[in-house]
Design a protein around this ligand. Structure first.
Ligand code: ACO
Length: 325
């Protein structure tokens, strides 16, 4: 039976870097507060490039690395909470930009769990004969939905995109082993961006209003440190493996303290939980593939290794995938 392999991974971040010290010139914060509470030292911020632009750069790089032509792609899925617009989907804009004329394209909205939700969707669709080569990208320009006067959220996020090309292959020993997706809609109000109100009367005379990102950081922290270890345990158990057999836990980069806490709860060494939050901040849907690609590029991820990918965030949601690379 054919199995899914990751044929290539890639990432792209905007050029402009904004350090904690830069932010402390704009608002009442400090490098000490940000780095000690979150592990973040800087983030990349887009000036002029939108989410589909970042994702297109990743898509072009993925084609190069996988040696596929755009017309060989059957499907493009973009995970994002900061799309260019309500419609078309960011994935459709990317499809048009790279001229992937045979690919269907749509977005998945599950915030920081989005990439794992999108991978799971891809895995399911790759069981159908029409979807054999699939691009999955997580991309965000969060800087456009942040309230830059709110220091409680403005210091946390960064922009970026990253993704993978998946191929069904008869010859690979790689496998997508198991997953666990969870959604807690009763906690939806703990993290929101871009809320729009319905008309209060017709005809309306005011322009449409979109609300900036807002989050109850304490509640999301508690949610993540409790629910992510449980999701990882569930997904690993479903694969028939033990936690000790996992080589890498590639977690959503929201906060280094959350990741340390999860490692402790799982009783696994922190060395198995790589982090790049210091350089990029929280890039939401892009964070898991961005870290994956950096590790793959550095040769740290090796064929045959067991990798856990886990995201958590808006919804509230948690998503975990267990992969044999
Ligand atoms: N600089 C300086 N002081 C600040 C800042 C800042 N940037 N932000 C808040 N403070 C102050 C607060 O006003 C408060 O002051 P007070 O005690 O005088 O009232 C104090 O620092 C403590 O604030 P808390 O919010 O209680 O700080 P906490 O220790 O909880 O850390 C943080 C906040 C980093 C946001 C943490 O709660 C967290 O990481 N939460 C999880 C966020 C997360 O994981 N999000 C992931 C999902 S994101 C997604 O899905 C898109």
């Amino acid at each position: 039976m054919a199995a899914i392999k990751i044929a290539a991974s890639a990432h792209y971040v905007p050029e402009k870097k904004v350090t904690n010290d830069d932010l402390s010139q704009l608002m009442d914060t400090s490098d000490e507060w940000i780095s000690s509470r979150t592990g973040i030292h800087q983030r990349h911020i887009s000036c002029g490039e939108n989410t589909a632009d970042l994702c297109t750069k990743v898509a072009q790089e993925l084609l190069k690395k996988s040696r596929l032509t755009a017309d060989q792609l059957d499907l493009i899925i973009v995970a994002t909470m900061s799309p260019d617009c309500y419609t078309p989907a960011t994935a459709a804009i990317v499809q048009g930009n790279i001229q992937a004329v045979n690919a269907a394209a749509f977005d998945v909205s599950a915030a920081c769990s989005g990439f794992v939700y999108a991978l799971t969707t891809a895995k399911a669709m790759m069981g159908l004969p029409s979807y054999q080569r699939v691009m999955v990208i997580g991309g965000e320009v969060l800087s456009k939905v942040i309230d830059w006067t709110d220091r409680t959220t403005a210091v946390l996020f960064g922009d970026g995109a990253a993704g993978v090309v998946l191929e069904n292959s008869e010859t690979t020993s790689s496998k997508f082993l198991s997953e666990d997706l969870e959604t807690y809609g009763d906690l939806a109000d703990r993290l929101q961006a871009g809320s729009t109100a319905p008309l209060q009367k017709f005809p309306a005379n005011s322009p449409h209003h979109f609300e900036a990102f807002k989050m109850n950081g304490r509640d999301v922290y508690t949610f993540a440190t409790h629910k992510v270890p449980l999701s990882i345990e569930t997904a690993v158990k479903r694969s028939g493996l033990e936690l000790e057999q996992v080589d890498w836990f590639i977690l959503h980069q929201a906060n280094s303290r959350i990741i340390s806490q999860i490692a402790k709860r799982l009783k696994q060494p922190l060395a198995k939980f790589p982090m790049n939050i210091a350089e990029y901040g929280n890039t939401s849907g892009a964070s898991v593939p961005l870290l994956f690609d950096e590790l793959a590029e550095a040769g740290q991820i090796k064929a045959g290794q067991i990798i856990v990918l886990s995201g958590f965030g808006g919804g509230l949601t948690v998503g975990t995938q267990v992969i044999k690379y």
